[in-house]
Ligand binder design. Structure first.
Ligand SMILES: Nc1ncnc2c1ncn2[C@@H]1O[C@H](COP(=O)(O)OP(=O)(O)OP(=O)(O)O)[C@@H](O)[C@H]1O
Ligand SMILES: [Mg+2]
Length: 246
């Protein structure tokens, strides 16, 4: 589903991603961890082409990405519908209801009929446990509820891949559990996901693989039991030692 080959990106003199090569099969859930500034967000942003890169190639959901692609081109249009993204801040449109937030892109980008888009939104809201809140505005919801709407909105595009960048780091523990529960259900349902998270329970219990990203490279890549309990790199040992000490 995802193939990254020798991906390189710099900001000025700072090398942010250095020759990153990785593959993700359909249905895998990858937990991405590692020290601040290591390049986790930048990698997700390159996979969704929110940023271009300097060298290398990415194939994701049958879309091939190379440096400096035209923003209006067909490849990036396809990418937008096939790859969903959920950020730390939920970024819902404040002036639209929950249902309108979810149906906006399907109606405008894919031309789905309003009644069909509404029915689908209702189904997705049930899936994230918010079937009663279609008419609410974002400010009337808790942070965890807003984040679940953001997930429903990503799902409305029927993506092949969803990228999550610290989806629960702005939430308190109870809301973290409800959002992680939704992500766990998606993993069980076979969605392909990359999840940047510092939630060790997620990395240990839900992810099929863990990547430790440090200094622009994937320092460690393997099943949770191996990477977390028997890390080989100094950076992974230190990272997990600190997390477990909390
Ligand atoms: N727009 C930018 N201009 C200059 N440098 C940037 C920019 N965006 C990111 N960087 C740098 O790239 C490096 C990687 O940043 P990135 O946000 O990908 O790290 P991260 O692993 O997501 O960190 P965190 O865990 O704190 O979210 C950092 O050194 C950061 O300062
Ligand atoms: Mg980040």
């Amino acid at each position: 589903m995802i193939s990254v080959r020798k991906l390189c990106k710099s900001h000025g003199d700072v090398a942010v991603l250095v020759d990153v090569t990785a593959d993700v099969a359909r249905g895998e859930t990858i937990a991405i961890v590692g020290p601040s500034g290591g390049g986790k967000s930048t990698l997700l942003r390159c996979l969704n082409y929110l940023e271009t890169f300097d060298a290398g190639e990415i194939a994701i959901a049958d879309v091939v990405l190379r440096p400096n692609m035209p923003s209006g081109g067909l490849a990036l249009q396809q990418l937008r519908t096939r790859v969903g993204m959920v950020f730390q801040q939920w970024n819902l449109f404040p002036h639209l209801t929950v249902a309108q937030n979810i149906t906006l892109a399907p109606r405008i980008v894919r031309g789905v009929a309003p009644a069909v888009a509404d029915a689908k939104a209702q189904e997705l809201l049930a899936r994230v446990g918010l079937e009663q809140r279609a008419g609410a505005y974002p400010h009337q919801l808790s942070g965890g509820q807003q984040q679940r709407v953001a997930i429903a909105r990503a799902l409305a595009q029927e993506p092949d891949v969803i990228l999550f960048d610290e989806p629960t780091s702005a939430l308190d523990p109870e809301m973290t559990d409800e959002v992680m529960g939704v992500i766990r259900d998606l993993a069980t349902g076979g969605m392909t996901m990359l999840v940047v998270t510092h939630e060790m329970a997620f990395a240990e219990g839900i992810a099929s693989r863990v990547w430790v990203i440090d200094k622009g490279t994937i320092a460690e890549d393997g099943p949770p039991a191996k990477v977390i309990d028997d890390p080989q790199s100094a950076v992974a040992r230190e990272y997990f030692r600190r997390r477990k000490a909390r």
